[in-house]
Design a protein around this ligand. Structure first.
Ligand code: ATP
Ligand code: MG
Length: 394
């Protein structure tokens, strides 16, 4: 039988949340592999063991396992009984069909009462693998490592550990709503919060039909990509053009960006309870653009009825770009679009908006109605991963 062996960071398992952590991780793991026909999933201490079907490749399993936050590393292993012949057989099955110039066998036992030493296992299995693959032994820098972990009554044979996604299982820290623009920053902010255990929904403000649908499509693509880390996600698409028209008619140019952003906070705050989100998440980073000075961030944040999390606040742009590339969102984010916030705003917007100015400007608007209308006209798209199988009728 083949297993996925997932390992949790010991530190994460300390304290009273241990049980919740493992249960959440199990359920997330099952969800991300729901179409692969995996079997039982059991937890033992800091290790999770999932039965794998024979017909699914190691690569396909690894790709999915790497999406699950909360796992420090994982391996794909064959189980054997704690006997030399059985271990050797499992090792030969594991290396079947592999082409390597050199290899090493590394064995460890947790039970010192076993009738053989780790060295003996390495020698015996090493000889069998060498005969089968016809390749050289290299103990310091092998191309292929056969790893054998032996417990009292069972042994696992794998080709080594792969790094997991780390962090905390999605859902363990509660739920949040991300303000997802089509830009580079907000998808990275979303990734970082999911990795801290927050389950996310997304909201995107678009100015269609005043502007093209490009940002709408980008938001869909980004949400779909990010949904893979939590198996499902909702994206709320909010029409923003009417509200912008009203702001443009009544508010002087330099203040408009701040007012757009405050309105976004209010609308997102109104949508949050339905999505069970108790915090908003943005991709703001201190000093990056005019709207992200400390003064403006404070005044924009004040309009939000629930806490605003800004996971990128202390990051440099190049660090954010690097993460976006690794995440695969960068290529989507740089596609040309028309950002709603550049609409009717000057090249030099207000960088230090004062509360009195903002209050005076907002008193000329019917904010309650603007929020209400935007929420009523918002559309919802749901993404699931893996995509549900579509069965043809009959
Ligand atoms: P990003 O790359 O995420 O767009 P940015 O550097 O362009 O960020 P701003 O345009 O000032 O910065 O936006 C700051 C944050 O406000 C964004 O990270 C995002 O969370 C939110 N935001 C901006 N525009 C929108 C939008 N159209 N829809 C949803 N959220 C938005
Ligand atoms: Mg932007």
């Amino acid at each position: 039988m083949r297993y996925l062996i997932g390992r949790v960071h010991e530190i994460a398992l300390k304290g009273r949340n241990r049980w919740r952590f493992v249960e959440q991780l199990k359920s997330n793991l099952r969800a991300v592999m729901s179409d692969l026909g995996v079997g039982k999933c059991i937890a033992q201490g800091a290790t999770l063991e999932v039965e794998l079907p024979e017909e699914v490749s190691d690569e396909a399993i690894s790709e999915r396992a790497a999406l699950v936050f909360g796992m420090q590393n994982f391996s794909i292993a064959r189980a054997a009984s704690a006997q030399l012949e059985s271990i050797t057989r499992a090792a030969l099955e594991m290396v079947e069909g592999i082409n390597a110039a050199s290899f090493a066998v590394r064995a460890s036992r947790s039970d010192k009462r076993l009738p053989f030493t780790s060295m003996e296992v390495e020698r015996e299995v090493g000889a069998a693998v060498k005969a089968r693959l016809n390749c050289a032994v290299n103990l310091t820098n092998p191309q292929l490592a056969v790893v054998i972990e032996i417990a009292t009554d069972r042994a696992y044979v794998s080709l080594g550990k792969r790094p997991g996604a780390g962090g905390l299982p999605v859902g363990i820290s509660g739920q949040g709503l991300v303000l997802l623009s089509g830009g580079i920053d907000s998808p990275v902010a979303a990734y970082r919060m999911m990795r801290r255990g927050l389950r996310l929904s997304f909201v995107h403000f678009h100015s269609y039909p005043l502007l093209s649908r490009a940002s709408w499509e980008k938001a869909c693509e980004l949400a779909e990509l990010l949904a893979r880390y939590q198996s499902r996600a909702a994206l709320i698409l909010v029409p923003f053009a009417d509200a912008q028209r009203q702001i443009v008619a009544r508010v002087e140019r330099p203040l408009r960006v701040v007012l757009y952003r405050r309105l976004m906070m209010r609308i997102a705050g109104r949508l949050a309870p339905k999505l069970r989100a108790t915090a908003l998440v943005t991709g703001e980073s201190l000093g990056q653009v005019a709207s992200q000075t400390l003064d403006n961030m404070a005044i924009i944040g004040e309009a939000a009825p629930i806490p605003v999390l800004r996971p990128l606040v202390g990051m440099d742009k190049n660090e954010i770009v690097q993460q976006a590339r690794e995440l695969g969102t960068f290529e989507i984010s740089i596609l040309p679009d028309q950002d709603c916030c550049t609409l009717f705003v000057p090249r030099n917007p207000e960088t230090h908006a004062r509360p009195s100015q903002v209050d005076a400007a907002e008193s000329r608007l019917d904010l309650a109605r603007m929020v209400e209308e935007a929420c009523t006209r918002a559309e919802r798209v749901d993404f699931t991963f893996p995509a549900p199988l579509i069965r043809s009728p009959g």
